[in-house]
Design a protein around this ligand. Structure first.
Ligand SMILES: *Cc1c(COP(=O)(O)O)cnc(C)c1O
Length: 428
């Protein structure tokens, strides 16, 4: 696509955008009587208008049936969790058997590490991103300590080369090779939350497993953002949250993936609860845990119906759009933002503006991380004052994510106009 730095061009793109109408399905926070330019779908996705109706359906069941709502009503709660697996599986490229929606992300990271981080005296290391999302750092560190290892020895952090902003794929593979014999687990974000770098999960999985390690991914910034083929890539396990690109509301439920290879192995150690127990036996209330096959066997509790209803509303939208169409628009929209940001960089060579997200579309999702030393905070506040909702990361990064489901080319154009204004005001 030949991009142009004009409002007319942005409007023409919107007019030709097959997904443009989905914007109408979301509530936008308002600023001075009009929609904000909302660029934080990577932090909290916008609310689908249908959410209220989906929650209302379950409130109605509760009101009407009380405990019988487990068996009555449009979505009997006894089976509520089953409404999610197939839809969520499509988003991550999995079989329904391999996916279940439950709990929250960090909880699930721990539950999955209980099963898949099984360190021995010889093989005990975890390879992860340096500067990973703090919750992942704490989860990994506490797991390592729980098994009696020292984090300094057991955690291998991948960091960019000096003077570089993100990781080189060949360096990731080399680190896996170097530590291969002593590595128990390779666990990265599918997309790094800070730089927006999308990792080559297929090759990382292959390299980790060739070294004898288990390979898992935290897909918090990848699910609903980039194409995923977890089953074909042979990933051992993964988990994600639903409130970022998946628009399922604050603290929304997490999804997990456990590869089919592990589906029928009841001997895999795990922390168990009654909802993971063989369904046909669940209410016999007997001693002796027998897991359900597949990811369902990791469930602890019965579904948190009110918290999961918004997720169902959102997944129904994703089901209608499909990830291929979403990714196609995402590449165009993010490409447009990258093009306009590059133009700003040229126009303001002394502003210090630099994009730390990889330039290649196959190495990024929709996020652009804008590094702005010194004047970053002022620029960010100018954007805020003018109705942009973006994300500030200390000390000097503004993260923006044009989300293909509801952001427009015009949104992107206006964002860059405001950035241009701010750079003019504050650069020196
Ligand atoms: C958003 C995010 C989390 C948040 O975890 P919760 O348990 O849902 O609060 C964890 N890890 C990563 C990588 C994230 O991006």
């Amino acid at each position: 696509m030949q991009y142009q730095n004009t409002l007319e061009f942005a409007q023409t793109c919107d007019a030709q955008d097959a997904l443009a109408s989905y914007r109408q399905q979301f509530h936008f926070p308002q600023h001075q009587g009009r929609n904000t330019y909302y660029f934080t779908g990577n932090s909290l996705g916008l609310m689908p208008k249908k959410v209220r109706e989906y929650i209302e359906t379950e409130l109605k069941s509760w009101e009407t049936y009380g405990v019988e709502g487990h068996f009555e009503g449009p979505n009997p709660w006894m089976h509520y969790h089953k409404l999610f697996s197939e839809k969520a599986a499509k988003i991550v490229g999995a079989k329904p058997l391999e996916v279940v929606v439950m709990n929250t992300l960090t909880t699930n990271l721990h539950l999955l590490m209980v099963s898949f981080y099984r360190p021995t005296a010889e093989r005990f290391k975890i390879i992860m991103e340096g500067g990973a999302f703090p919750s992942d750092q704490y989860a990994v560190e506490s797991q390592v300590k729980f098994h009696g290892f020292a984090p300094e020895a057991a955690i291998i952090e991948l960091v960019p080369r000096p003077g570089e902003d993100h990781l080189r794929h060949e360096d990731i593979l080399q680190t896996i090779k170097t530590h291969g014999a002593s590595t128990a687990l390779v666990m990265l974000g599918g997309v790094n939350y800070y730089t927006g770098q999308l990792f080559n999960m297929a090759e990382i999985t292959q390299a980790g497993q060739a070294a004898g390690a288990v390979v898992g991914f935290d897909l918090a910034h990848a699910a609903g953002n980039v194409p995923l083929q977890l089953h074909d890539w042979n990933v051992d396990f993964a988990c994600w949250c639903s409130y970022k690109y998946l628009n399922s509301g604050p603290g929304g439920p997490s999804g997990i993936f456990v590869h089919e290879r592990h589906a029928h192995n009841p001997a895999l150690p795990r922390f168990a609860g009654w909802w993971g127990h063989d369904e046909s036996e669940r209410f016999k209330m007997r001693k002796g845990f027998q897991p359900m096959p597949g990811a369902a066997g990791w469930q602890l509790s019965n579904a948190q119906v009110m918290a999961m209803a918004p997720h169902l509303a959102a997944l129904d939208i994703f089901d209608a759009v499909g990830m291929p169409a979403l990714r196609a628009k995402s590449e165009q929209l993010t490409g447009y933002l990258a093009f306009l940001l590059a133009a700003l960089q040229q126009k303001h060579p002394h502003s210090g503006l630099n994009i730390i997200t990889p330039k290649q579309p196959h190495e990024r999702g929709c996020q652009q991380s804008i590094l702005l030393p010194k004047i970053g905070r002022q620029v960010f506040e100018h954007l805020q004052k003018n109705g942009v909702i973006a994300d500030w990361r200390e000390p000097d990064v503004i993260r923006v994510a044009p989300v293909p489901l509801y952001n427009s080319f015009e949104d992107v154009y206006h964002l860059c106009q405001l950035l241009d204004e701010a750079l003019q005001m504050f650069e020196n």
